[in-house]
Design a protein around this ligand. Structure first.
Ligand SMILES: [Zn+2]
Length: 329
């Protein structure tokens, strides 16, 4: 067994090492750092990358990784865990929803990134080259952003190599969230992978995206679900002998739609997360800044509210919520 090196961090077998990936300054910004840890086991095995803070105000997975960093024992681990503690430091310290305060971009839409691009593109490039390229399996851990009231779910990306898709499906089941959104629509070009977990998948590595937490709240029950989910992955991948058993009967969301605002103004939700709605049901309305209703947002089909925006600011084109319909039994 050799040491495992990523960036400037090197972990000997059976040890934990932490440091930061450096994203150097360029004209227009002062660069940033990406704190990460390597937990290197004592026997060969998979390299599991766990990424938190791709959206900087999604705190539940960030806190879960703070705890998991010392809870995973390198002495009994097979393989290696790479943890990215805060992928999007400008958004985390700037307390922004969706977008970087530096360049206005959504980090989870600019993968695989560019070495000489905007700050978000350079963060994506560093994660692609130093984390995803070094991993065999990837989990991008998200949650309800500051404006999103969200019930927990995972995304299973079905596009690309069927063997990779099958392994990704097994990862989603092992993570254990009881709703799994079947995602048929992600890009297959590795040069335009767009999303973090899809960057792994387009490079032939299984990956999932998970969603835990509600409107940036640091919620102990949701943190526990992420910790349980990682334990499930470690057992499923053969990296540890024990862990929670895979979910027997997840709810498969076969059809989903993110509903978007047609106008800018104030959003008033009419439903709550987890609510079942009929086709055509009103999910909320948008008013102008004087209170006049501009539009009503309606469910395009019957299903469950996976998340709904619960804070007033809304701009044309932004998501107001997501509806998912279960697979017919
Ligand atoms: Zn997110």
């Amino acid at each position: 067994m050799n040491s495992f090196t990523a960036g400037s961090v090197s972990a000997a077998p059976g040890t934990l090492a932490s440091g930061a990936l450096m994203v150097p300054a360029r004209t227009g910004d002062s660069g940033t750092t990406i704190p990460f840890s390597v937990i290197h086991g004592t026997a060969p095995g998979p390299v599991l990358a766990l990424v938190a803070g791709t959206h900087g105000s999604e705190y539940v997975p960030i806190i879960a990784l703070q705890r998991l960093r010392t809870a995973i024992n390198p002495a009994t681990l097979r393989g290696t865990v790479i943890m990215v503690h805060v992928a999007n430091m400008p958004s985390f310290l700037g307390r922004t929803v969706y977008y970087s305060p530096v360049d206005g971009q959504n980090l989870n839409r600019v993968f695989p990134g560019k070495v000489d691009g905007t700050l978000s593109e350079r963060i994506a490039y560093a994660i692609t080259t130093e984390v995803i390229n070094r991993a065999t399996h990837v989990a991008d851990l998200h949650g309800g952003d500051g404006n999103e009231s969200l019930r927990p779910y995972s995304y299973w990306i079905t596009t690309g190599d069927p063997k990779v898709a099958e392994q990704s499906r097994a990862m989603a089941i092992a993570f254990g969230l009881d709703h799994i959104v079947v995602d048929h629509g992600r890009p297959t070009d590795p040069a335009k992978s767009s999303f973090l977990s899809n960057t792994a998948i387009t490079r032939g590595k299984p990956g999932i995206t998970t969603e835990n937490g509600d409107r940036s709240k640091v919620d102990e029950d949701q943190i526990a679900l992420v910790e349980r989910g990682v334990a499930g992955l470690l057992m499923h991948l053969g990296m540890r002998d024990d862990g929670p058993i895979p979910l027997a009967n997840p709810v498969w969301i076969e059809r989903d739609e993110v509903l978007r605002a047609g106008s800018t103004g104030l959003f008033y939700p009419a439903v709550v997360k987890g609510q079942m709605v009929d086709s055509g049901a009103t999910l909320g309305r948008i008013t102008d800044f004087h209170g006049k209703t501009l539009e009503e947002i309606r469910a395009p089909f019957a299903g469950e509210i996976l998340y709904i925006v619960e804070t007033p600011p809304i701009s044309k084109g932004e998501p107001v919520g997501m509806v998912g319909a279960r697979r017919a039994e």
